[in-house]
Every structure is written in structure tokens, then in C-alpha cells.
Design a protein around this ligand. Structure first.
Ligand code: GLN
Length: 546
């Protein structure tokens, strides 16, 4: 079948959950047997989100092929289990960069380079790109930002042109808006939606489907009113009310026939409604998992979105362990030797988070020492793993000045050191060690057991032998010069990248669960395939409670 394109735009405000709706549409079409991909186009000028501070746009998500992307790609993968690539995340900066590079090469033969057609053509080329490399039945394209933003205009113009070129059976627009509730008037207000649709129409785009975000149920009267004002069928006015979990959104969308409406509008056969069995089982299990396990998130970004994938991975693992994981952010900047016991009190386990730079690292080291000496399950991820290593060097090996050369370039005990390949790099964007690399697990280690246990249950898709593939984003590494010393004192290096002989995983086998990974397992946990290390960690946290 020929590829069909679905464009998702948003109006009225940002943060309406376009990413979740895009992922849900992907999920529902996939459940009907279609091959889908989902991509995000962001209007900002950064070439990729890799150089953004997490306070700006939350976590930077990394694809298996080593591209730093928007966190919405995490939702796409967690909902659908697909693997996105560097072609699934595009920014204005990237569009301009390639046009300007072409101009510098002289490819435009002396033409004046303009937003229309050169920038819009490049946007169109990128929208179509995924389907030129691999067949997809549906390509879902989420346009970041809000209708009316100056910087989203070229994207809307590109969509307008594509819809015209492809025809209405091949391209369709789903527009998300917000219906606010005015408490004083006791009314839901549709005017912002009408205005947003008018703006979209002003750009030459007629939405086919409207998804209205709301905190209250919309009456038929309201839906009819919106339909009439916006030239949209009443049945294509869908409501997306607040739900207890983002994972209920696909089911809620299916209940309102969103997927069937899409197919119908594209002139396709609708067929029976898929049951979404495993998905519903997950939701059911999640609902029944009411017993709480408290897990501390030791990091420096006091912002939920900064650790999005870690929180989602813990939630998946909680559900499959029949518990509700309640996370508690513990700001490592304020952890001191004096207050660490109090700060970590009541936690069944802690995660020491990834990060960059000096701020908050001493608190992470103090937390790592406390949990090591009190045998509290601890999961260190990337910088978190590096802090576990530094703590061990300082307090067990006796190197009081041990550090990472990221924090102290002159330390004589650089137990974490810059990678050889990174030494001469001066450019910041896209230059870290990024994406999936092989890692050989040491037989008999806790980590190896965690992975092999998972491979026998619902994680059959993971490799059953001793090589795993996990995604990275770092410049510094465990310094092999100290390897023997660490191992003879009880911290084992149990995962090694064979090509670079790089230590990827450390663990202390004598403790209940004390594991650090140089890679980011959180990028590959999905709703139907929770990550084995998170599964095992949460299990250890539960056992710790007993
Ligand atoms: N700053 C550390 C490094 O570059 C860790 C990076 C991370 O936590 N993602 O190696």
C-alpha cells in the first residue's frame, strides 16, 4: 500500500500532549497491522536538542543510531516499540543548516535562496524521507510549537503543499486544541478552538479531525458547536480529557474511534476493532498495583521532564512487579554528610541520575556512599555510575582526591577519564559517544542474571546470550588503569564494550543491588517490554522493604 501521511498540529497552548496523541495514533494503527513510524519537527533553531539545557525542553532522548532528539521520541518508542532514528527528529536549525550547506557548495546555481520554496522544499523532503528508506503504511508527523508561532509558519506551509500534492486520501491533519473551563461562569469555552482553527485555515489547512484537550467532559452540544464552526464532522471532534495515566490515552482514543475515523477519511477499509490485549493487560495490572514502593531520584534538575525516561522505566517496572513506584526527587545539591540519612529516609532504593558538570555531584557521591554502606539498592546511570566509581575510589581505595577529569582535569586519581576519541573534539553538538554499542556481560554477575531472567519471560526480544546493546551519551569513561584495584576491593566490572575495552557496567556483588551503567537503559524500556535492569532493581527495592 502507498504511504499515507498524518500531520499533528496544536493550537491555543503548548503542552497539550501532541506527542502522546501522535504515539497513540501510531499505536492504534499498528494494532491494525499497519507499519508505522512517527517523527517530530521542532521549530527551534538548535540543530538538535543535544545542546539544550534540560530546563529548556526536558530530557534529551537518544536514538539507537546515536542521534540526540526531543523527548517525544521516547513516547513514540515506549508506546509503539518501534525504533526511531536520526530521520525522526528534525529542527528548523537542521533544515537551515542543510540548505545553507548546499548553498555554500553552489548547488543552487546562483539562485536566491528563500523560505519558500527552498526551506519549505527541504521540510517536505525530510517529511517524506523515512518512507524513501523503508516502506511505511503511515508516517505520522508531529509539528512542535503552537499555531500562530512565527517559527512554525514554514512547517505549516510545507504541510499545506504536501496535502495538496498528495491528495486528501494520502494526507490528513489532526489538530489538537484546548477547551478551557471558566469556573466563575461554570462553562467550557470553545472560542480559543475556533480561533485556532481559523488561524490554521488562514494558512490554507483545513483540519480533518479535532482533538480537544479538556479537564471536563464535553457535551454533544459543545462537540456539535465546534464541528459547525470549524467545518469538521461531529464524529471527528474527539475529546481528550485528563486521565490517570498517559497510557490510557490510546484506549480512550480507540473508544471514540479515532483510528477508524482516520482510515475512513483516507478512503480505507476500517475492519474489526483491535482488542489491544497486552496493552489492556498492562493497564489492568497497573491499576491493581496499589502497594507503594518509594524510590529516590537523586539528581540536580528539579523538573519532572528532565528524567522522563527514567521515571517511565520505573513506572513500567513497578507495574510488572505489581507495585506502584512512587518517585521522590532528592536534589543532590542539598545532600550533605549531615543530612543524607534524613534525605534518603524511607526510600526502598535510589537512582543516581545522569548529568553533566560540577553542580550537585558531591551530593551524588555522598548518597552513593550512604547507600553502599547501608546496603540500600542503588542504580547509577551514566554520571550516576561515574559517581559510584568515584565514591568507591575515595572511600574504599583511599584516593581522597579521586574524581572525573570532567570535574577536576588535574586530579592525580582520574578514575573517570575523558575518552581517547574525545580529546581533540572542540565542537559541542552531536560529538559525544552516542547511540547503541555492544556490551558483553560477565557470566554469573547480577547484571547478567537480570538480563537473562528477562529474556525468558516477556522480554524474549532481547538477546538471550551475553551481548546486549544499549544506548550511550557520554564523553568520559571508567579509567582501566584502576580496574584491577577496583575488582580486588569488591567493585566488579561486569559489562565491557569489546571494541573499545570500555567498562560499561560496575556492580558490588556483596551488596543487595548496587549497579552502575555507563549507558542509559531508560531509553529502551517500553510499555510491553519493561527494561530488565529496571525490573530487577524494582524487585530488589521491594525485597529491601521486607
Ligand atoms: N558527564 C558525563 C560524561 O560525559 C556523563 C554524561 C551523562 O550522564 N549522560 O561522561
Amino acid at each position: 500500500m502507498e504511504t499515507r501521511y498524518i500531520f499533528i498540529t496544536g493550537g491555543v497552548t503548548s503542552s497539550l500532549g501532541k506527542g502522546i496523541i501522535s504515539a497513540s495514533i501510531g499505536k492504534l494503527l499498528q494494532a491494525r497491522g499497519y507499519k508505522i513510524t512517527i517523527q517530530k519537527f521542532d521549530p527551534y533553531i538548535n540543530v538538535d536538542p543535544g545542546t539544550l539545557n534540560p530546563y529548556e525542553h526536558g530530557e534529551c532522548y537518544v536514538t539507537a543510531d546515536g542521534f540526540e532528539t526531543d523527548l517525544d521520541l521516547g513516547h513514540y518508542e515506549r508506546f509503539t516499540g518501534i525504533q526511531t532514528t536520526r530521520d525522526n527528529s528534525v529542527t528548523t536549525g537542521r533544515i537551515y543548516l542543510s540548505v545553507i550547506e548546499r548553498e555554500r557548495r553552489g548547488d543552487y546555481l546562483g539562485k536566491t535562496i528563500q523560505v519558500v520554496p527552498h526551506i519549505t522544499d527541504e521540510i517536505k523532503r525530510r517529511i517524506l524521507l523515512n518512507a524513501t528508506k523503508e516502506h511505511f503504511d503511515f508516517v505520522i508527523t508531529e509539528i512542535g510549537g503552537t499555531i500562530g508561532d512565527i517559527e512554525s509558519q514554514p512547517f505549516l506551509e510545507a504541510i499545506r503543499q504536501l496535502r495538496w500534492e498528495l491528495g486528501s486520501s494520502k494526507a490528513l491533519n489532526v489538530h489538537l486544541t484546548y477547551v478551557p473551563y471558566l469556573a466563575a461562569a461554570g462553562e467550557l469555552k470553545t472560542k480559543p478552538t475556533q480561533t485556532s482553527v481559523k488561524q490554521l485555515q488562514g494558512q490554507g489547512i483545513q483540519p480533518d479531525i479535532l482533538v480537544l484537550r479538556t479537564e471536563h467532559d464535553l457535551s454533544d452540544e459543545i462537540r456539535t458547536k465546534v464541528a459547525h464552526f470549524c467545518n469538521v464532522d461531529v464524529e471527528a471532534v474527539i475529546q481528550s480529557q485528563d486521565l490517570p495515566s498517559i497510557y490510557e490515552v490510546p484506549v480512550n482514543m480507540q473508544r471514540q474511534n479515532l483510528d477508524a475515523i482516520i482510515l475512513k477519511k483516507m478512503g480505507m477499509e476500517v475492519g474489526p476493532t483491535p482488542e489491544l490485549g497486552p496493552w489492556r493487560n498492562f493497564l489492568e495490572r497497573r491499576k491493581n498495583a496499589t502497594e507503594i514502593v518509594n524510590i529516590g531520584i537523586v539528581g540536580k534538575y528539579d523538573l519532572q521532564d528532565a528524567y522522563k525516561s527514567i521515571l517511565e522505566s520505573l513506572a513500567h517496572a513497578g507495574t510488572y512487579n505489581d507495585r506502584k513506584v512512587k518517585t521522590h526527587f532528592i536534589n543532590s545539591e542539598f545532600i550533605t554528610r549531615e543530612n543524607v540519612a534524613e534525605q534518603l529516609a524511607g526510600m526502598a532504593g535510589i537512582v543516581i541520575c545522569p548529568g553533566f558538570g560540577q553542580r550537585g555531584i558531591e551530593g551524588k557521591i555522598i548518597a552513593a556512599e550512604y547507600t553502599r554502606t547501608h546496603d540500600i539498592p542503588t542504580f547509577g546511570i551514566c554520571l550516576g555510575m561515574q559517581m559510584m566509581v568515584i565514591e568507591f575510589a575515595r572511600n574504599v581505595l583511599g584516593y581522597k582526591d579521586a574524581n572525573s577529569s570532567e570535574m577536576d582535569p588535574t586530579t592525580p586519581h582520574n578514575v573517570i577519564d575523558i575518552m581517547e576519541e574525545q580529546k581533540n573534539i572542540t565542537q559541542m553538538g552531536g560529538t559525544m559517544r552516542l547511540g547503541a554499542y555492544d556490551c558483553e556481560l560477565v557470566k554469573g554477575s547480577k547484571t547478567e542474571k537480570a538480563y537473562s531472567a528477562a529474556a525468558t519471560s516477556q522480554l524474549s526480544s532481547l538477546s538471550s546470550h551475553l551481548v546486549i546493546h544499549e544506548r550511550h551519551r557520554h564523553r568520559y569513561e571508567f579509567n582501566n588503569r584502576y580496574k584491577d584495584e577496583f575488582q580486588s576491593h569488591g567493585m566488579q566490572c561486569v559489562g565491557i564494550n569489546p571494541a573499545a575495552n570500555l567498562v560499561e557496567i560496575v556492580e558490588i556483588p556483596n551488596l543487595r543491588w548496587y549497579i552502575g551503567t555507563q549507558f542509559h537503559p531508560e531509553y529502551s524500556s517500553t510499555v510491553l517490554h519493561p527494561h530488565p535492569l529496571f525490573m530487577d532493581f524494582v524487585k530488589a527495592c521491594i525485597e529491601n522493604l521486607k
